[in-house]
Each structure stands twice: as C-alpha cells, then as structure tokens.
Write a protein that binds this ligand. Structure first.
Ligand SMILES: NC(=O)c1ccc[n+]([C@@H]2O[C@H](COP(=O)([O-])OP(=O)(O)OC[C@H]3O[C@@H](n4cnc5c(N)ncnc54)[C@H](OP(=O)(O)O)[C@@H]3O)[C@@H](O)[C@H]2O)c1
Length: 964
C-alpha cells in the first residue's frame, strides 16, 4: 500500500501488515469486576516462641486416636508426660461402622468431658507416612468422631457435663493432627485428610465452646520421628495460630489472601541440575510467599565481561530478609562466589573456559550464574583450604582496616558487633596480631560462639550501658582503634574512650541511626569506610587485595569464619538455617549437580479444542453453563453427565440446539466405578479423545453437626469424594489436559450447617494438590455464591442469609471469564468469591479472629475509614512485606514530581536534601502524603534531610499501624 503526493510520487510505502487479536473491552471489564475475587492460601514461615509456662492445674488432656495412629501415640504420650501432662486416651476404633460403637464412643467422650477435659488432640487418619490413593471410607471415617464430638457437647447426657458446658467460660481446645494433609512447594500429600481438618473450623463456627486448631506434619517415609513429635508438643503448648504445617524444623502458618491472576500462562515446576550453565536461575519470592528458583534469561556478554557458573556462594541473613520482604538490602558487605568460567567476552583473554575463579558479587541476587566485569573476577589462588575461600573478602577488608587505615594497629582494639562477618574477620586478624580485642554482641546467645573463637572481653550493646563496662575493663588505659557500625549515640560515647591520636573507623550504621560527621575534636584520626563501596568502586584493586590477603591468611594461620552450608536444591533448608541460627548468620549456598526445582511460566495452549470434555453435573446449574462456554471457546465434543439429566428440558434443549456438534447426554452415577469406567470408554470410542474433566456434581443436605448422621455425611460426600476417585482411576492412563473440580468457599470458611458439604469440598481441595504433586493436571476452584444459576439462586432464603453474612453473589458471565483465566494459569487451588470481609468479620467473629483470615479482615477494617488512594494502595498490597517497596516507589514518584528531577536521579540511600528540597516543596510533599494516603510526615522532618529509605521506613510503620 502506497501513500502518494499530488504528482504521484511515493511518500510512504506499507509493505506488510500484521494482524493481532486484541482483548475486547468487555473482556477486560469482566475481569476488572473480579479484581479482588481471586484468593489463595499463602504459607508464611514463622518461628514459634517457646514459653516457660507449664500447664495449669485445671488443664486436662484427652487423645483421640484410631488404630492407624497407634505407633506414634506411645512416644507422643511420653513427650507429653515429660512436660507434666498425663493425657487420657480414647480410641475411635469401630466408630464409623457400628451404631452401638458410635453410642459407646459418645458416652466415653462425654464422661471424659464431664471429668474436666479441656484439651483434645485428635490424630485423624493415617500417620504412617505412606502416600496412597484412599478409599471412600478412609476419607469419611476420620470425620465421624468429630460429628460425635459436636453431638456430645450439644446434648450431653451426663448432668455434670451439662453444667460444665453451660459455664460461659467453658472452652474446649480442639487440636486436629494430620500428616501430609497440606502441600508446600509441590510436595506429595495425603488427600484423605483435609475433610477431617476442615471440620475443626466448622465446629468452632457452630459451637462457641470450641477453639479449633489444625496441625499438619510433613509427609515422610516411615513413622513420625521423635523430633517431629517434639515440635508437635511445642506447638500444642505454645502455638497460637489456627492452621500450622510443620516441615522439618520449619513452621508455616496458613493465611488466606487475595491474589491476582493474569490472562494466561501455565506455571510449570520442573527439576534441573543446579550447576547447568544452560539453565541460569535465581532465587525469588514466589507468589505464595516462599522462596523458589526461577529461570532468568541468558545474559548477553559485553567484551569486558565474563560469565561464571557458581559452585558456592556466600550469602547472609539480610540477603534472605531482603528477598522475603521484597526490598533492597540497605547495608551491603562484599560477598564472594566460587565458580568456573563458562563464557568470556572478546577483551577477557586472561581467562579461559573452565578456569576456577573467585568472584566479587556486586548485587544481592542469589543465582547460579553471574555475568560481570572481568576485573571483579580472579583466578582462585592456590594453597588455601576450601572453607577459607568465601571469607577472603572479609579478611581483605579487615587487613585493609588494620594495616592501611589504622597504619598497623597495635594495642587495644574495639569491634562493634563482632559477630558480623566483618567483625569476625577483624577479630581473628587482631588476635593473630596479638592485639587485645574488646567486642560487642547484641544478643546473649552470641556470646558463646565468640568465646569459642578466642574472644573473651565481650559486652552487650543492646543499650549504651556497655560503654560504662568498657571503661571499667580499660581502667586507666584507652583504646587504640575503634571500629564502629552503629550510629551517633554509640559513636559519641566511643570517641571518649579513644587514646589521643588513635584511630576511629566508622562503618555504615546497621541500626539505621543517623551518622553525622565526627565530633569537633582534633586529637584523633577518623575514617568513614564503606567497604562494599570501596571494593566495588575500585575493581582493579580486587585482584591485589586477594593476593595480599592470601599471604596473610596463610602466614597468620587464620581460620575459616563460622558459617552454615545449605544446598541450593533445598530452599526450605536454607530458610531454616537463617531462621534458626544464632551464629553469624552467613551460609554458603552450594550449587552442586543435585537438582533444583525451578518454577516457570510457560505459554501452553490450555483448552484442547480437538478433544472431548466431560462435565459431571453438566445437565443443570453451573455445569450446563460451562458446557455452553466451552462451545464458545471452540470445543466441539462435550459429554454432559448426571444421574437423571436426560429428563431435564434445559439439558435436552441444549443438545438439540447443537446438532452439528458432538454434544451428548449420559445418565451415569459417577459414584459407581464400573459405570464411570464404561462412560470414559464410550466417550473415547464414540466421541473425540477425552481431554478434560470438569467435575460439578454435587448433592446438598444441610444441617448442623449436632443433627448430622453418618449416613447424611456419606450421601453428600459420595459424589465429590467417591466420584472424584472414580474419575481419577478411570482416566489414569489418559493424557488429560484438565481435571477441574468445582469446590466451594464453604470448605475454606467452614460454613455453618454444612458439615457434610464442607468435608466433601475439602476433599476436592486436597485431591487437586495430590494430583498436581504427582504430575497430573488438577485444579480445585473454591467458588463463592452464584447469583443467577445453581442451587443458591434456586433458594432465595439461602441467598439472603449468605448476603447478610457478607458473602456476595457472582455473575455467571464473570465466573466463566474467570474460569478461562484459571485454566490458563493451572493453579492447584484458587478461590473465586466476593466477600465483604468487614461485614463477614462482624457476623462471624470466631472465624474472623483466626490467623487464616486476619490479613483479609485487617485490610477490610482499615479500608472502612481511609482515603480512597490509600484504600486502592492497600488492595494492591497483599502482604505487609510489600509495603516498603511500594511506598518507596510512591515516595520517589511524588518527590520526582515536586522537585522536578527524573526518577532515575532519586537514590534511596541518599538524603533527600541532596535533591534540593526546600521549605515550600517539603510542605507540598507533606500535604500530598496526608491528603492522598493519610500518612503523616511533617515538613520539618522532611527538611531535616532523611534518606528516602528512612522516610519510607517511617511510612511503612504508619501503614502497618493503620492495617492492624
Ligand atoms: N450454586 C452455587 O452457588 C455454588 C457455589 C459454590 C460452589 N458451587 C459448586 O458448583 C457445582 C455446581 O453447582 P450447582 O449449583 O450448579 O449445582 P446443581 O445445579 O445442583 O447441579 C448439581 C448436579 O450434580 C448432578 N449429580 C449429583 N450427584 C451425581 C452423581 N452421583 N453422578 C452424576 N451427577 C450427579 C445433579 O444431577 P442428577 O441429580 O441428575 O444426578 C446435578 O446436575 C457444585 O460442585 C457446587 O458444589 C456452587
């Protein structure tokens, strides 16, 4: 196509056209209405604080256990006895099958409760650690003792129990213990256990006397170990949260949070060798809040760069904290990595492929491959023990301080925070030089590791009283060298203890305190030293330092500094180390040839338009709507399955209006395995090959747990439990693209009056994780209330009750739109609902107090009386850990606008005075933050010149207060 002028000359020529299908406005609008409707569970690592408080005299414990859990019970009881608890034991044997046994069980339960039991530990299901496909009874039976418990509490036959339960302060702590009910990081699960666990929360909603808790132990080979049982005992005695998973030495808390979901890539987790040069990866925070390796694009080498495959990398606790909190490290220390050269730029001929090198790492990325200027890379010096290599940068820094800055220090040296990596190196070098070392720590637990390193004059700097103790230790003498990494308050006191003419080295303050220039004394030598800055700004010196320090390390026989070792393939071990270690908080991450799990988003075409889709419950309600939607997505072969669907006019009409396609009705009860097998064979033979299952079948029979019978439990659980198991077994050999279970919000919140339905849906939730962990497709969708179709829409009373509780209706159009997004993203579990959490918290105060919902409820309450811009900000931030990064961004933007400088010129660690902020600008910024976000920073504070980091921290604190 040509554009010509009046004379016919060509002005422009269009040579080709590209046609791209753009999302229509209506698509976007539909997703926008669902912006806050997607939810997922997040597992947050949190350490347990052990108290010394024992059990009180009025505490009385009862253990409920089945035969399967017996092997773990004996050692568990022994541990409880060690803590002064003598629990009673009641077996749940025969409870489910036998009416008489059930009555006897309830009687025994009531007698125990009447006798004063106020802590109940229920070992639900199988604790053996074997992962196997459960039978229907393995899923239902662990639920029944809990139904019996509800009935015992509500209708106690014994007069003493009646009196006890009626006492307003009566509380029964119900602890359900499972093994492998939850999955963290894609590990295998035991799908039979979530139903029983979900009933803990339901019972608490129905019976105010119950305080619920679910503790899940990690699935492992063989019996539960003593260490795990010990953690369980600690959790039972000291834990506060409601939903806990114990994995190794780690403890995770389950919290429901909103999540975002985009149009469409699949998240794939696969194993790769940790040291493969073709697979560069980097540790990042996953959307679920844990740490995971993600692939990074291969770097393009500049002529002066080399690429190093990392073998071992030294990291410290701030690296991990920064990652988890989504912020940059404020104080950097030089870090070394060991590796070998895998590529070189054309100007780097001093290196050959395979050379073993030491690398000075300039950022805090934890990765198996660095691409960097060759001058930060040095051939590994020979003659050192392996464990010493990662410490060379710290020893080099210590050497620089003692010899170059302090001119060959002698006499008495003071090292602030001597258990920091730099402090440790200084201490060791000073001892080797026969200097007298005075050191500080900030936790008593750090005393012993320092003493083990030969340092004995140790003071605690948690407040300033250590300076008085230091004067006592020094007597008439004074210090020859002070190395201080704390702010003004400390520096001022330490200056007074310095001998005339001696050296004071100030490092960047790790306590965030202000650092002004040295006091106006003349008789001392002061140096401000940012070692990281010095090393990284003078790359040429790196090689010299390494060679020089190598000689000193060998001659002075300096030891390797204390540090842990963690395998890159085990991110839980890594977290564990940093959460639990009291020592210097450094670890070497090893990228060996072991494999690491890498999470990646891949664009895989999700819906198979050439295959068949089977929809159970497809002849009515949501199932039928999904069938119609699949046709709009290009699917042409759909099997609609229910027990009596062929009689339903709307289903017949749908089939008749799609004569040209393969849309068929099947009257099949999917709780029958044989019938399900035949159905699958028939579909594969007579229709297109089966590509996906959407499991919507359900029956309802709501009632309170106190009126629930085993039979009613089984009836409602059958289509969702037995039906799912049958569909799974019948399609084991088929290459399915999707296996989607439509679960409910009920299993997350424990909807009152739905014990059987809650348990049934909880099974779907557990099963989806089980299948995904086994490498098969599976998604469970915890769906909220449907406004226009399905069982709630048919029952106006139920719809009104739910609405009054804050659970709002979803439009079918939105649900189908969201379904497409969910299919594209393939999560194991996702919530899709609209809840007014503030109203819900008012109506369901018990659930609202639970750690599972605290995030959502706090946010909703805070939003009720805050400016709209702040409300929007909070809705965007899922977790407090994200506050810093986002507020920093906002503050930088506001500053750039007011001061009129490009955003790139705003540096977070520099004082805002450097940008030339004047009094008018400070008033403008202060007003803007107050009116838009309700955040208070006075103009005076702004004029005092804080760094952007400090200012952001101040705002983070305010925001945190607002949301608590
Ligand atoms: N409606 C809502 O507001 C809502 C909210 C959250 C979650 N959900 C979930 O969404 C799904 C669909 O709900 P809906 O309200 O659309 O349900 P619905 O209209 O009551 O449909 C349920 C279907 O399941 C079929 N079914 C029951 N037992 C079966 C069996 N053994 N074998 C084969 N089919 C069986 C029923 O047909 P026959 O009787 O002919 O067998 C019926 O067609 C359910 O899984 C439900 O838990 C719904």
């Amino acid at each position: 196509m040509k554009l010509l002028d009046d004379q016919g000359n060509t002005l422009a020529e269009l040579r080709s056209l590209e046609c791209t299908l753009l999302a229509s406005e209506t698509d976007d609008a539909a997703v926008n209405t669902l912006e806050e409707a997607f939810y997922h569970y997040q597992w947050t690592p949190r350490q347990l604080t052990l108290s010394d408080e024992g059990v009180t005299g009025s505490d009385s414990w009862l253990i409920l256990s089945s035969e399967q859990t017996q092997p773990s019970i004996k050692p568990f009881i022994a541990l409880l006895e060690g803590r002064g608890i003598s629990p009673k034991l009641l077996t749940t044997r025969n409870v489910p099958d036998d009416e008489k046994a059930m009555t006897a069980f309830k009687q025994a339960l009531e007698e125990n409760l009447a006798a004063g039991v106020n802590h109940l530990i229920y070992f639900a299901g199988d604790l053996e650690g074997e992962q196997h496909l459960p039978e229907f009874t393995d899923v239902v039976n662990p639920c029944l003792p809990l139904i019996a418990l509800a009935q015992s509490l509500d209708n106690p036959a014994l007069a003493t129990l009646k009196t006890r339960v009626k006492e307003p302060e009566f509380q029964l702590n119900l602890n359900i213990v499972t093994r492998g009910a939850h999955t963290i990081g894609g590990k295998p699960t035991n799908p039979a256990l979530q139903p029983a666990a979900s009933l803990a929360h339901l019972l608490a909603n129905e019976l105010s006397a119950i305080t619920p808790r679910h503790i899940d132990l990690a699935l492992g080979a063989g019996a539960v170990t003593e260490a795990e049982l010990q953690m369980l005992v600690n959790e039972l005695l000291d834990g506060q949260e409601e939903d806990i998973a114990l994995q190794g030495e780690m403890r995770f808390i389950r919290e429901l949070t909103t999540t975002t979901i985009d149009a469409g890539e699949q998240r794939i987790v696969h194993q790769i060798p940790a040291n493969d040069p073709l697979n560069p990866v980097q540790l990042r925070k996953s959307s679920e809040g844990s740490l995971e390796f993600q692939p990074i694009p291969p770097a393009i080498l500049r002529p002066d760069e080399v690429q190093v495959q990392v073998e071992r990398l030294l990291i410290d606790k701030p690296d991990i904290d920064a990652l988890l909190q989504g912020r940059r490290k404020t104080h950097q220390l030089p870090r070394l990595a060991l590796g070998w050269i895998v590529a070189t730029g054309v100007d780097c001929d001093e290196f050959a492929l395979g050379d073993e090198v030491l690398v000075l790492v300039k950022d805090s990325a934890i990765t198996n491959q660095y691409t960097l200027n060759h001058r930060f890379c040095h051939k590994r010096p020979k003659g050192l023990s392996e464990a010493l290599y990662p410490d060379l940068a710290f020893y080099a820094a210590a050497l620089y301080m003692l010899d170059d800055v302090a001119g060959g220090a002698s006499g008495k040296v003071f090292i602030q925070n001597a258990l920091s990596p730099l402090g440790l190196a200084l201490g060791q070098l000073a001892l080797a030089r026969k200097l007298t070392v005075f050191a500080t720590i900030n936790q008593e637990a750090q005393r012993q590791p320092l003493q083990a390193l030969g340092i004995h004059r140790i003071l605690n700097n948690k407040d300033l009283t250590y300076t008085t103790d230091l004067i006592d230790l020094l007597g008439d003498s004074r210090l020859d060298l002070v190395v201080n990494d704390l702010g003004n308050e400390h520096a001022t006191q330490l200056f007074k203890l310095l001998a005339p003419g001696k050296h004071f080295i100030q490092l960047p303050a790790v306590d965030g305190q202000e650092l002004t220039a040295a006091p106006a004394l003349t008789n001392y030598r002061y140096a401000y030293l940012d070692i990281f800055q010095s090393f990284t700004s003078q790359p040429g010196l790196f090689a010299q330092w390494i060679e020089r320090v190598k000689e000193v390390v060998i001659n002075d026989n300096l030891p390797p500094l204390p540090k842990g070792v963690a395998n890159a393939g085990n991110t839980i071990e890594l977290l564990n180390y940093f959460m639990l270690s009291d020592d210097a908080g450094q670890a070497v991450v090893e990228f060996t040839d072991a494999s690491i799990a890498v999470s990646e988003n891949l664009a895989v075409p999700p819906i198979d338009r050439k295959g068949s889709y089977l929809i159970t419950g497809g002849t009515s309600g949501l199932g039928l709507q999904i069938a119609k939607w699949l046709l709009t997505q290009g699917v042409e072969s759909i099997a609609l399955v229910s027990r009596n669907g062929s009689n339903r006019p709307e289903a017949r009409e749908f089939v008749e209006s799609n004569q040209g396609k393969q849309v068929r009705l099947f009257d099949v009860d999917i709780t029958n395995l044989e019938a399900t097998n035949n159905l699958i064979q028939k579909i594969n033979k007579e229709m297109r090959p089966l590509a996906g299952i959407i499991h919507c079948a359900m029956v309802l029979d709501d009632d309170l747990a106190v009126r629930m019978t085993p039979e009613r439990m089984r009836n409602v659980m059958r289509p969702k439990v037995q039906g799912t198991l049958n569909l799974h077994k019948a399609t084991l050999d088929l290459p399915l693209r999707q296996f989607i279970c439509i679960s409910s919000i009920s299993s997350l919140i424990g909807n009152v009056g739905q014990a059987n339905y809650v348990a049934a849906n909880a099974f779907l939730d557990g099963f989806a994780h089980y299948r995904q962990a086994a490498g098969s497709p599976a998604t469970t969708i915890n769906l909220g209330v449907l406004q226009e179709i399905g069982v709630v829409a048919r029952d106006q009373n139920l719809a009104m009750v739910l609405d009054a509780k804050g659970i709002q209706g979803l439009l079918t159009e939105d649900v189908l739109q969201a379904l497409g997004y969910i299919i594209n993203n393939d999560p194991a579990q996702i919530g899709l609902f609209k809840v007014d959490w503030a109203l819900w918290a008012q109506q369901s105060p018990r659930s609202a107090a639970s750690s599972r919902f605290s995030n959502l409820v706090q946010k909703a309450r805070a939003r009720q009386d805050i400016p709209p811009a702040l409300a929007a900000l909070l809705s965007e931030l899922e977790h407090q850990e994200q506050y810093f990064a986002r507020l920093l961004e906002i503050l930088s933007g506001e500053l750039a606008q007011i001061v009129k400088v490009p955003l790139s010129e705003i540096k977070q660690d520099r004082s805002i005075s450097d940008l030339g902020i004047d009094s008018i600008m400070s008033v403008e910024l202060s007003r803007g933050l107050r009116s838009k976000y309700g955040l208070e920073v006075t103009s005076m504070e702004l004029l005092s010149g804080p760094s952007l980091d400090q200012l952001t921290e101040q705002l983070v604190n305010q925001l945190t207060e607002k949301t608590c």
